[in-house]
Design a protein around this ligand. Structure first.
Ligand SMILES: N[C@@H](CCC(=O)N[C@@H](CSC=O)C(=O)NCC(=O)O)C(=O)O
Length: 286
């Protein structure tokens, strides 16, 4: 797989890079960001953490607004941030709303036309991107970590739980915990990308349902949620995730309700250090 460097900027000792490549899963050109900590020895290799962004984001929002680079360098973590959907595919309706189509891939593999040829973010994040990172970067062989915000928090929890052999650590900021019952999933992305087969198709991507049914090795998921988040009760519903974890001793959800914080990157920047430490702790454990 060929990747092309788009930009390279020194930041907290390491390098914040952006790459582009032709994606075979998504059938379009995709960009992703990659932060490489300062190399302290020629042979140094790093654990890799995937960050999945929310609705309307590209690969740029997180690298410009969260301030994660300082902590990634301290924790010796390489951090990869894909774009949130295929781009430039010119599917009718893919640019009409902030929460559907471009910028709203929702980390699923669409099964319905006209979306199914391009909207395959689940396979992009679980197959194509890990392969590309393994082939091109100084990665410590083993498992990845995964985290994200809002739509990306839903992606991180659902992908992390479904792929325990690929992703060892999981955390989220303000995740959409029960997308089958959130307007963003129920009335838009799940409905049109996946169709009406709610039982079989929607459940595969619903974090609350996946926590309930999870039967793999024990997981500890860190979740931060602002109390002043406008989407909290209508779209995010973190209590559903907590209740599901109470019913399954294999999944420990540490839900931290953060007083006065909203849904923005100011909230993410405030707690980003804790998330990188959470991942470094789990990825470095034997
Ligand atoms: N109505 C807003 C909604 C967009 C929004 O809040 N996007 C969030 C993620 S929401 C869930 O996935 C985001 O991360 N925005 C990017 C940012 O840099 O803040 C709108 O104005 O579009």
């Amino acid at each position: 797989m060929t990747i092309e460097l788009v930009s390279k900027t020194r930041c907290f000792g390491g390098l914040q890079k952006v790459y582009k490549h032709e994606s075979s899963e998504l059938n379009c050109t995709m960009k992703f960001s990659l932060y490489e900590p300062e190399q302290r020895a020629d042979t140094e290799r790093f654990h890799v953490l995937f960050y999945l962004s929310g609705l309307t984001c590209t690969e740029e929002n997180f690298i410009q607004k969260s301030g994660f680079q300082k902590y990634a360098n301290e924790q010796r973590l390489m951090v990869v941030g894909p774009d949130t959907s295929p781009r430039g595919c010119n599917i009718p309706g893919d640019r009409d709303a902030y929460d559907f189509g471009e910028g709203a891939g929702f980390y699923v593999d669409a099964t319905k036309e006209p979306w199914s040829k391009h909207y395959r973010m689940y396979s992009y994040v679980t197959k194509e991107l890990p392969t590309l990172i393994r082939q091109n970067f100084p990665f410590i062989s083993g498992k990845f970590g995964i985290f994200g915000h809002s739509m990306g928090g839903h992606g991180a929890i659902s992908i992390g739980l479904r792929n325990p052999n690929l992703f060892k650590s999981i955390s989220a900021f303000a995740p959409i915990c029960n997308p089958s019952n959130s307007p963003w999933g129920r009335d838009k992305t799940f409905k049109f990308y996946l169709g009406e087969d709610i039982q079989d198709e929607w459940g595969k991507y619903d974090s609350k349902e996946l926590v309930l049914s999870y039967a793999g090795p024990p997981r500890k998921i860190l979740v931060d949620q602002g109390t002043e988040d406008d989407f909290l009760s209508s779209h995010l519903m973190p209590e559903t995730l907590k209740d599901a974890a109470t019913a399954n001793s294999n999944v420990d959800v540490e839900l931290r309700m953060q007083e006065g914080y909203n849904h923005s990157y100011f909230f993410i920047a405030t707690f980003i250090e804790d998330h990188l430490k959470h991942h470094a702790h789990i990825l470095n454990a034997a």
